[in-house]
Design a protein around this ligand. Structure first.
Ligand SMILES: *Cc1c(COP(=O)(O)O)cnc(C)c1O
Length: 314
């Protein structure tokens, strides 16, 4: 594993923030590794150890065609000597694999790391957590010449993933009042909630629509008082963007040299800056935003934006 111990804390000064009394720092988990960054490595760390303990030599997991988790699993597998299988949403992607790999940087990278794909229809993909679907997957490794697998759920969230994310906060982060981060499945925030100090409030910014997240997080956390979801900044849903968001991401990078991804961290910082300007925080608040990474997704998003003749991420 790359060294995840202490990613750097960077102070942010950004002209879009009107409150000069507030201190904003970003924990650069995106710098953990040049290609696979952020929370996905944290989530895999103890799962890989468990797979080794169980003597499994193959990891099987799920994801969409631009998934950070798919690329992280493929890379981590290569690094630690596991074969990897990605069950990918969208059976049409399997019709012409060469063409798919040419136009999709995430799958191309995973493929180069040695990941084998099984493309499934959206209907089947929805059933992926069911016992029946998983039973059926048992035949996949045999069909492509692999052994029994260790199953990592979609987005990598399970108890061991949360244990890994509990290591994101450290002594260095103890003097912040508020910890903010983007939320997808809720795994990363659960780890942070569990390891936050009693005086710290955790704010999650969901990158997607839906009310299920509070329940999801409650399955994993021991505390109910110290966290909250801010649900106003999903920009219409998962992987949905707008010119306003892209403009913000470009401006933020120009001024701070910190790249943000359009799916998670861009929405987080957009929302956080808006909350700061709307006086959500107390005088002199010290805020830490976690940069969970996801930068590998920019190229894929730009491909889509270019096709639509929209603004792209610079
Ligand atoms: C997956 C991901 C998240 C969301 O993490 P969850 O544990 O699923 O909530 C946030 N940011 C980035 C960059 C991610 O790749």
């Amino acid at each position: 594993m790359p060294n995840t111990k202490n990613s750097i804390l960077q102070k942010v000064s950004f002209s879009g923030i009107n409150r000069k009394d507030i201190q904003l720092f970003i924990k650069r988990e995106d710098l953990i590794h040049p290609e696979i960054s952020g929370n996905k490595f944290r989530k895999l760390k103890y799962n890989l150890k468990q797979a080794q303990l169980e003597n499994k030599n193959t990891l099987l997991t799920f994801g969409g065609a631009f998934s950070n988790h798919i690329s992280a699993t493929a890379f981590a597998g290569k690094l630690h000597g596991f074969k990897t299988i990605g069950v990918i949403r969208g059976d049409e992607l399997g019709d012409d694999l060469e063409k798919t790999l040419q136009s999709n940087p995430t799958l191309r990278f995973a493929h180069e790391c040695g990941m084998q794909f099984k493309f499934v229809s959206r209907t089947d993909y929805r059933k992926k957590a069911s016992q029946e679907f998983i039973e059926q997957l048992k035949d996949v490794p045999i069909a492509i010449g692999m052994d029994d697998f260790y199953l990592v759920p979609e987005g990598g969230t399970n108890d061991l993933a949360i244990k890994g994310c509990e290591e994101i906060l450290s002594e260095e982060t103890e003097n912040f009042d508020t910890i903010c981060l983007a939320v997808g499945t809720g795994g990363t925030i659960s780890g942070i909630i569990n390891s936050a100090k009693p005086h710290q409030q955790v704010l999650g910014f969901p990158a997607l629509k839906g009310d299920f997240l509070n329940d999801e997080i409650n399955k994993y956390v021991h505390q109910t008082e110290n966290w909250k979801l801010i649900s106003e900044y999903h920009f219409g849903g998962y992987a949905k963007t707008s010119n306003e968001l892209i403009t913000f991401i470009n401006q933020f990078k120009k001024e701070t040299s910190i790249p943000l991804d359009p799916v998670y961290t861009g929405k987080l910082l957009f929302g956080l800056v808006d909350l700061i300007n709307r006086d959500y925080f107390d005088e002199g608040a010290k805020i830490l935003a976690i940069h969970t990474g996801g930068l590998q997704g920019i190229e894929g998003m730009n491909t889509i934006l270019k096709r639509r003749n929209s603004l792209i991420i610079e």
